[in-house]
Structures are given as C-alpha cells and as structure tokens.
Design a protein around this ligand. Sequence first.
Ligand code: ZN
Ligand code: ZN
Length: 244
Amino acid sequence: MHPCARGTRCAARTKDGPALSYRPFCDTDRSLIAQAIQGMPLLYAAMADLLVADRSGGFAYDAVRVTTSQGRPVPINLDADASQREMAEILVSWEERVRDVARMPALDTAASRGQRLGVLIAQAVTVLAPRLDALLALQAAPMVRGGELVDLDGAGAGLEILDVRRRAVARLPESGGDDRPLSVPCGGCGWRGLIEVLDFLGHLAGARCRQCGHRYDVEGLAELRAATLRRAARRAAANMKGDR
Ligand SMILES: [Zn+2]
Ligand SMILES: [Zn+2]
C-alpha cells in the first residue's frame, strides 16, 4: 500500500497523513474524481450560463467587449470562457490517452477541431467515466501543457481533473443556500459566526464567517472541525482530572 496521490489534500487523510491504498488514489478521492468527471458537462453548462448572464448584464464580472462579425459588441466573461477551454483541453487529452490503452479508435482530431467544446466534453466523459481505473493507472507519457511537454501519469490525470473542477467551481457565483449556521467557532475571530457556503449544485463547498469574513474551503472547514474536536476532548480530559 502507498499514500494516496492527493498527498496533503487527501480527502480521507488523518493526523498520520494521507490514506493508504493499493490504487493511486484512496477510495474517497477516487470517487471524488469519478464525480468530477461525471459532473463536467453540467459544470460546463453552468459556465455557459455565466457567459449568457454576462451578456444580459446579470452579473457584475470583469467583462471585456469584443466585436463580432456583425459589428455588435458583446461582453465576454474571459474567466468563464477560459474555464470552458481548460475543461475541454484537459479532458480531451486524457480521452486520447485512454482510447490508446483501451484499443479504441483514435480521436478524429480534424473533426474535433470544428466541434463545440460542450460536445467534446460530453464525448470525453463517455470514454473516461466507464474507464476510470484505466485512466488512473496510466503510465507516465509526455503531454502538452501550457505549450510545454510534461510527463503525466494516471495520478496526474486525477489531480488535474480535480483541479480543473475546483477552479471552475470557484468562478461560479455562490448559490444562496439558506445560510445554515455551523456550530464551529471561526478560526480567524473566534466567534460562532460561520455559515455554510454551497456550490452551484447545492453541495457543501466550505464556510464563510459573518463576523470577520474569513472563508474556508471544504478541507479548511474539515481541519477547523477536527481542531475544535481535539480542543473539546482536551478540555473534557482536563475536567475529568479536576473532578478527581
Ligand atoms: Zn486520498
Ligand atoms: Zn471569523
């Protein structure tokens, strides 16, 4: 067994470090990667909504105006656009690698070039989702990243897919949620002012402090909870001694 490839960000880590597994990732992170792949088309659609919302002036994002062939200026959310490209590039490059080891016909790159990004992403998901273990077991091979050749293996695939999802989700507006308060005191100000932050699908994405504005991602919130529990356990142990 070896430590989960997510290392210090392993979702199943303990105080002794990342979870141990026979596979590149622990079971928890493996299922997070599976969910990230399956959720990619929906996330892509959410980014597309963001672009449309921008055009109608629904959100106040950093928008630039570009002139289309009709000469009509259209504001484009560069972040959402870049996210969509990143999702497609990364998924399609791993789709090519998996097609290769699964002895599937190679991707028709000439035909892909004319395709919409959403179609490419949906197609990559149909190849990758049922072949997750083949993807995560890939040997290192050179792939193009940022104009350079980098050796990437299956662990790299899992990390990239989680990263691309995290970056895209971070660009989406928070869904309102019902501001559920949390019982853990804020690590920044010490007040019990934390409320849940949900992602666009309504899943827990972290917390925000109403008192000092400090933000926690899911990992940060888990750490805060664990630290609070440890303090409570120490206090309880100290009280027991005092009682005797
Ligand atoms: Zn893990
Ligand atoms: Zn605070």
